[in-house]
Design a protein around this ligand. Structure first.
Ligand code: ZN
Length: 376
């Protein structure tokens, strides 16, 4: 493992795990949820507010930052931590996933991928070597291998070809990353929904050797049942003593199900994006603040939540500010949603430590099944 970067597994309960990743920029308590700071900001939030929700680490997007304002500019300005005023750990993705989902005119070869920027149509190339360079310029603490996120659905032959390309790119990523004390490089398992391919991928990655391992190629449209099917076996193929990261997941029940199956880290835009569209996550499920039932309701979004939105404001206020398109509703609903997600992670960490994860999970599902509080 990279110097200054260590994973201590503290307790397990069934397959669920809790521990701490130590980095030179601070500890990451696992299971960890990473808010997404796409363009060097978690939208509508100050960094100190993100930290106040309980986040130990943020995710930054290589694809977005390389296009605007560019990795070279961020490097000249002192790196991403200084640029966005977040001094704790940052994980950056490799850029591959967003090239596939956002960029135009993509061309994939053994060397890498060329594409047109969705911002201004300019031409770019990402290779494993370039991805490592960009993530180094950004100053990322946890760097992800450049891979091809296998589309879903894929035939067995397509998935195999894609996975083997990603494994060759994983070796090139490892070689290009070099030895960078205090910075970690994670490999990404591919293989779609095919167990033997997941096995081959896990073996290939471990032969190369990484500081952590991601389960890639999920949350791409396969649905929760199929994702959980893969998570029944895929994390078990990865080393016990290294963090396991499920990329781009997800809804609260996806997260709980992933942790139950041995995942340590997750990220998703859902809590922040939903905050801007009036979707609110609570212990009793999801509510839509646009709904007229909230317009005279003086109660908080979630009576058990300690966030500023719930302590100081009513559902009626959020209904009004949403209708009036006031910026404060994006700020406060994002804060609440991120706070809810971090409470969820803390609840799981505590339950795993206490050996009561099954009871905690039953309670989590039971509260959601009750649905939102009765209208007044
Ligand atoms: Zn709240």
């Amino acid at each position: 493992m990279a110097t200054g970067f260590r994973f201590d597994l503290k307790a397990t309960d069934g397959k669920a795990r809790t521990g701490v990743i130590e980095t030179p920029r601070g500890e990451i308590r696992t299971p960890a949820f990473m808010p997404v700071g796409t363009a060097a900001t978690v939208k509508a939030m100050l960094p100190e507010s993100v930290r106040a929700t309980g986040a130990d680490i943020l995710l930054g997007n290589t694809y977005h930052l390389m296009l605007r304002p560019t990795a070279e500019r961020i490097d000249r300005l002192g790196g991403l931590h200084k640029f966005m005023n977040w001094d704790r750990p940052i994980l950056t993705d490799s850029g591959g996933f967003q090239v596939m989902s956002l960029a135009g005119l993509r061309k994939l070869t053994e060397k890498g991928v060329t594409f047109k920027s969705h911002v201004d149509g300019s031409k770019h190339e990402i290779t494993p070597e370039r991805s490592m360079e960009i993530q180094r310029l950004l100053g990322s603490d946890i760097v992800m291998c450049f891979d091809e996120c296998t589309p879903f659905p894929a035939t067995e032959a397509q998935a195999l070809e894609s996975m083997r390309l990603s494994m060759r790119w994983a070796q090139r990523s490892r070689d290009a990353f070099g030895d960078r004390p205090g910075h970690a490089l994670f490999g990404i398992q591919q293989g779609s929904v095919f167990r033997d391919q997941r096995e081959e991928s896990a073996e290939a990655l471990q032969k190369i050797g990484f500081d952590g391992y991601a389960v890639g190629g999920l949350a791409v449209g396969e649905g929760q049942d199929m994702m959980f099917d893969v998570l029944e076996y895929a994390p078990d193929m990865l080393p016990v003593d290294k963090p396991r990261y499920l990329m781009g997941v997800g809804k609260p029940d996806d997260i709980v199900g992933a942790v139950k199956r041995g995942i340590d880290m997750m990220d998703c835009v859902l809590p922040s994006r939903s905050g801007r569209t009036g979707q609110v996550f609570t212990r009793r499920g999801v509510l839509n603040i646009k709904n007229a039932r909230h317009q005279d309701d003086p109660r908080p979004l979630d009576e058990e939540c300690g966030c500023p939105a719930c302590r100081n404001y009513s559902r009626a206020y959020f209904h009004h500010t949403f209708r009036a398109k006031e910026i404060i509703q994006s700020m406060l609903l994002t804060w609440h949603n991120l706070h809810y997600y971090q409470d969820l992670m803390q609840g799981m960490r505590d339950a795993i430590s206490a050996g009561t994860f099954a009871a905690w999970e039953a309670d989590f599902h039971a509260k959601r099944a009750e649905g939102d509080i009765e209208p007044l």
